[in-house]
Design a protein. Structure first.
Length: 368
């Protein structure tokens, strides 16, 4: 409901109910709505309507916490449920008719751009150390002011509690922080609080990160961490449990850009023959400097159709080459010629070149 109050697009809606999870499931079933018992121990049921999932959580109060997991009891008291929330902007609720229930000043904090813990910051953090990263995620998303000094002091004091969290959860929250429209201030505070050195101990380059942000590059968390992180990518992948695709993408981001503002149209076509438009555009953001021409380069890349080599193996077979490795060799030689010529030669021209390589093979007695 935060985005609703701010008049921003809403991407997901969560529901709360004083009914027990079993009663929620029963009522949804009576309404012919499919349910999944996502987390019954914590009162959460997922309702599936069409292609949309909606989480419905029974009101709760904490019985016991250990810094990550909580033992809860269900309640029908909305204020009691709100009191266990992390931040005031997350402790609000809204009825179907738009009536807002706000027990801890969340609306005022939201409109002022403040991220405040509900109650004492250190207490809230020690209940769940993930709240350290959640603080910076919401700060990156909503903040308009300097962070609450008490929150920063509590985070600095309790930051070692992050070691109790699963690596997957840390990476999930870090990606959310990096996906914010402008996470520069949040990352700077994470560094000054000693949080960033805990999760990225090999080192960071804050100026390079801020430079990328200053160019208004897309809010791609992998692109941003590529600019920020200076350590070994394999170590990062192992420590934070990145997917194989994420690790590969970061390795490729580390490679020098093939294109620069002085690149010709031929250079662009050659690059597009090897890599996707999206990838090449991402590389230009990471390679960008203050010299002119980068926006124009991206316009040229986006406007250039990706060239496709026109020949396939069957075209070489039709020239009289039997199935075998020689087909691949002739295709490779022809494709190299095609790229050298600027990736613009059509099917007929490439086929004539392939014939030349085929005839050369025959003269050399290598036809299979």
């Amino acid at each position: 409901m935060r985005d609703t109050l701010l008049g921003q697009p809403v991407t997901d809606v969560d529901f709360a109910s004083p009914l027990s999870p079993e009663a929620v499931i029963r009522r949804l079933s009576e309404a012919k709505i499919k349910t999944v018992p996502t987390g019954l121990a914590h009162g959460t049921v997922t309702a599936i309507i069409g292609r949309h999932n909606f989480e419905i959580t029974t009101l709760r109060r904490d019985i016991e916490t250990d810094g990550r997991h909580a033992v809860v009891a269900f309640t029908d008291n909305w204020k009691e449920d709100a009191a266990r929330r992390d931040f005031t902007i997350n402790a609000m609720s809204m009825t179907r008719d738009g009536t807002v229930f706000d027990y801890f000043g969340g609306q005022a904090d939201l409109f002022a751009g403040r991220v405040q813990f509900v109650g004492e910051a250190e207490t809230r953090i020690c209940e769940d150390y993930l709240r350290i990263l959640r603080f910076f995620r919401f700060y990156a998303r909503y903040a308009k002011t300097e962070p609450d000094p008490d929150a920063i002091a509590a985070i600095t004091k309790c930051r070692e509690g992050l070691c109790k969290l699963s690596k997957e959860r840390i990476w999930s929250e870090l990606k959310r922080i990096l996906s914010a429209p402008n996470p520069g201030a949040a990352i700077a505070w994470m560094q000054s609080c000693g949080v960033l050195p805990l999760i990225l101990p090999e080192g960071v380059n804050i100026p390079a990160f801020n430079r990328l942000l200053s160019y208004d590059a897309p809010a791609d968390p992998l692109m941003r961490i590529s600019a920020l992180y200076t350590g070994d990518i394999q170590k990062l992948g192992s420590r934070l449990k990145l997917s194989v695709d994420e690790v590969v993408k970061l390795f490729v981001y580390r490679m020098p850009s093939k294109l620069h503002p002085i690149s010709t149209d031929v250079h662009i076509r050659r690059a597009l023959a090897e890599d996707s438009t999206e990838f090449l555009l991402s590389k230009t953001w990471l390679a960008q400097t203050d010299e002119p021409g980068w926006p124009e380069l991206r316009d040229r890349i986006a406007a250039t159709p990706r060239p496709v080599f026109p020949l396939q193996g069957r075209d070489i077979v039709a020239l009289g080459i039997s199935a075998g490795p020689r087909i691949g060799e002739i295709l490779d030689l022809t494709r190299r010629w095609w790229k050298f010529q600027g990736c613009s030669a059509d099917f007929e021209t490439c086929l004539e070149i392939a014939k030349l390589f085929t005839n050369r093979n025959r003269r050399m007695g290598r036809t299979q």
